[in-house]
Ligand binder design. Structure first.
Ligand SMILES: [Cu+2]
Length: 93
């Protein structure tokens, strides 16, 4: 019984947290962008990370601006995803 109550409270906590989850916007500096198709690849890669809601990639600036849900994805997740696709990136400081 107690365990049921605990999991119910936890579920409520998690859902309320999701409702007020912080949207975060970060800029990544992305390497290995050689042609016009690369920004598209980077965009697709980042959009596939769960929690990501918006991505805009600039070929000229070598950046990717990512809007994501803090509770679902981390900066490390995003960097790992681009690196795995062949585009190492880092958080622009
Ligand atoms: Cu390319």
């Amino acid at each position: 019984m107690t365990r049921l109550l605990v999991s119910l409270v936890l579920a409520l906590l998690i859902s309320s947290q999701a409702a007020s989850a912080a949207q975060r916007t970060i800029t990544l500096t992305v390497s290995n962008k050689y042609c016009e198709a690369c920004p598209f690849m980077v965009k697709r890669t980042l959009e596939r990370v769960s929690g990501v809601s918006k991505v805009s990639v600039s070929f000229k600036d070598k950046t990717a601006v990512v809007v994501f849900d803090d509770a679902k994805a981390s900066v490390e997740d995003l960097i790992r995803a681009t690196a795995k696709a062949g585009f190492p990136s880092e958080l622009r400081g």
